[in-house]
Design a protein around this ligand. Structure first.
Ligand code: TA6
Length: 304
């Protein structure tokens, strides 16, 4: 019987901003501005009973993004395990409101009865903090190597942003500014190229699945502006470090389009019209995390 996955509802008393987090996956599924505008997409068919990763909100991806092999599940182990609230971490003050949750992966790995071919010395503790304020939210994940052997990893915050029907916005498409000059790995066309000076446009009528990697001599941190429709513009900034050394931040843009979405039981009814995934992460050139050391990754999402 899956443990109860009762959602945690937070409200910032001063501003009226609200959010919802599920202990399963430490999964932020909703952030609403003081005026009640929702920024995150949550599928109407999302499974919330802890039997499957939640479709929408911000799934956490660690220690891998995607599924290059069968060593572990797609996107790793964080979104499909129960996290515990860090005692005394909930706050609500002048600046904002927030909470931290934690998960020791060794238990998660053991709980799987060795089902995954991951080095059993892989002993990581992850702590995830969500802070909400009047104009948006900040999410930070801290990854600690509790073991002795260093391990390689990726980390990504798989944001599903809410867009009210891509093409209904007076024919407007979603735009993402900030990937200019980034190297693109287009998973759909199988091509690789350097993105030009125009914004990334995300029409509703094609599958988009692209990884944007920063140029070697380019910015380390990621700064994006996401134009997701009238009065729905967001800024997204992300930064990461491993044992105190900053690591270049990549981004992923995904829209499954009709065929792929309808093939997912938790993503039906043409809901793909109403979302875009813009996902910051440390995906390449990430140094291994040595035993006893920590890494962290943070994003700040602000309504413009
Ligand atoms: O966002 C990029 C991506 O890797 C896509 O290829 C697609 O698989 C998506 O993540 C969703 O993955 P999920 O395992 O949540 O269905």
């Amino acid at each position: 019987m899956a443990a109860a996955n009762s959602p945690i509802h937070l409200k910032h008393t001063k501003s009226g901003a609200r959010c919802t987090i599920y202990p399963y996956g430490a999964h932020l599924t909703s952030y609403q501005t003081p005026s009640g505008k929702e920024l995150l997409f949550l599928s109407r068919d999302a499974i919330l009973d802890g039997s499957k990763a939640i479709r929408g909100g911000i799934p956490l991806c660690f220690p891998q993004f995607g599924q290059p092999d069968k060593r572990m599940p797609q996107h790793g182990f964080l979104r499909n395990n129960y996290w515990s609230v860090v005692e005394g971490s909930m706050f609500d003050d002048e600046e904002g409101a927030g909470i931290s949750l934690e998960l020791e992966l060794k238990d998660a790995l053991n709980a799987r009865g060795g089902k995954w071919d991951v080095d059993t010395k892989f002993n990581a503790k992850c702590t995830y903090t969500v802070k909400i304020g009047e104009n948006g939210f900040t999410t930070t994940i801290v990854m600690e190597n509790l073991g002795e052997t260093s391990w390689e990893f990726q980390v990504l915050l798989h944001n599903y942003f809410l867009v009210h029907n891509h093409m209904a916005l007076n024919g407007e498409m979603c735009h993402v500014h900030g990937f200019e000059g980034y190297a693109v790995d287009d998973k759909i066309s199988g091509t690789n190229y350097i993105h030009g000076s125009d914004p990334v446009t995300i029409p509703e009528n094609i599958i988009i699945d692209r990884v944007y990697s920063p140029p070697k001599d380019g910015a380390i941190d990621l700064h994006l502006t996401i134009a997701a429709g009238p009065s729905n513009n967001l800024s997204l900034s992300a930064s990461g470090e491993v044992d105190g050394v900053k690591v270049p931040v990549s981004g992923v843009v995904w829209n499954p389009h009709k065929e792929n979405a309808l093939a997912m039981a938790d993503f039906g009814d043409d809901q793909y019209h109403d979302m875009i995934c813009v996902e910051p992460g440390m995906l390449s050139d990430v140094p291994p995390l040595d035993g006893g050391k920590k890494a962290s990754f943070t994003q700040v999402v602000i309504c413009l």
